[in-house]
Design a protein around this ligand. Sequence first.
Ligand code: SAH
Ligand code: SF4
Ligand code: F3S
Length: 443
Amino acid sequence: MIKYMKGKYKIVTFGCQMNVHESEKAAGLLEEMGYAPTESAEDADVVLFNTCCIRDTAEKRAFGNIGALKSLKRSRSGMLIIVLGCMTEQDGYTELFKSKYPFVDIVLGTRNLSVLRAKIEEKVRAGKRVFDTAVPENFLEADENTPVTRTSYPNAWLNIMYGCNNFCSYCIVPYVRGREVSRDIESILSEAREVVAAGYKEITLLGQNVNSYNGNGVNFAELLQKIDQIEGKFRIRFMTSHPKDFNEEIAAVMAASSKICNGIHLPVQAGSNAVLKSMNRRYTREKYLSLVDMMREKLGEGVGITTDIMVGFPGETDADFNDTMELVRTVRFSNAFTFIYSPRKGTPAASMPQIPYEVKRARIGELIKLQNAITKELSDAYMGKIEEILIEDLSAKYDGSVCGRTESGRLVTVKGEKDLIGSFKTVEITASKSASLFGEILL
Ligand code: SAH
Ligand code: SF4
Ligand code: F3S
């Protein structure tokens, strides 16, 4: 090992849970090389940005943060700046980093984290900047051998698949993360056993469309069943589900299990059939509504259903938008992540006729208002209920408090200190404030 690699690293992560977990792998690799974590870029010998490009705002945020290091790098020339993740895989972006970001030393892609060490050594030895987004032939195998420094106790993220085959017409992900590949079932199970043995209390399975998992003929419902059979007290969650592939078999496994949480994130995107078709989502609003009914029948009315909704997709009329509002009123989601459609270069929707920004703004305002009112009503209905929560973290807002989630995914704040993190507690819900619930620990 080269001596001067001993030093400190800082990782800045943008984007989804997939990226959060990949940053844990980058941390594992850097620690294996001898680097230790630091919170401050001023102290760091390596600063790594794990980027996202799902919307223009995500990309601007990443560029802003990278650009902000320019002057620090000038005063500390030995510092390494590394960029990886979805943004780097877009057409022309390697060139962009080469020409416009001369202070960035290494650019990697979404599937070649395993070469991080070799590329740092190459940069340090030869002094030349490194640009490499090529997918290694042994991508899955290399990934299995990547060390992980987990940062989200009591939850352990666990990849079950990579990439996406769906090509929703607005989405950049299939272009930057490639085709869908499922991880070997035995590898998934042994990682799951490992994290449970290490004391993690929740496993969240990750994939762009977990419902289409296919590990040599083993489907997602069967995978869930096998993880459920691992001994110990822990929770199982998964994301993201796609309505075209979510089915009764999966719901039945959820219903029969005490470990699989009674909650699901099922992005609907839009409530209008014309828009869903143009988005290439391959389901109708009727199909979505029937899935919601099926889940409530199999899993009870208490099942937490959350979603993603986009407004301002090309061609979305007032009537289409009203269909979305109507669907939101009908389903009454526990929570909805709402987005303004953002054109992504190279995707089919980017070359469709766009609708004005003011219209998009007005629509998202209306949608958020509606969902907030629903969330508040649902929160109020929790008053007096007894729930088991898994304490996850210190409360960011309230001193002397910690927060945890109900099985259905609702966040509850209770009085308590750090030592409670990772414990299951039975609580009574005593107050509610919009999306937040407050409780008292009973046991
Ligand atoms: N694989 C997941 C989600 C991936 S991206 C799925 O299929 O649901 C997370 C969310 O970002 C999406 O659900 C969508 O609502 C939103 N999103 C994706 N592309 C977008 C774009 N171009 N503009 C605005 N929102 C977008
Ligand atoms: Fe994007 Fe659609 Fe794939 Fe989700 S399923 S990552 S929205 S293309
Ligand atoms: Fe962003 Fe890539 Fe995730 S584009 S949302 S980090 S898959």
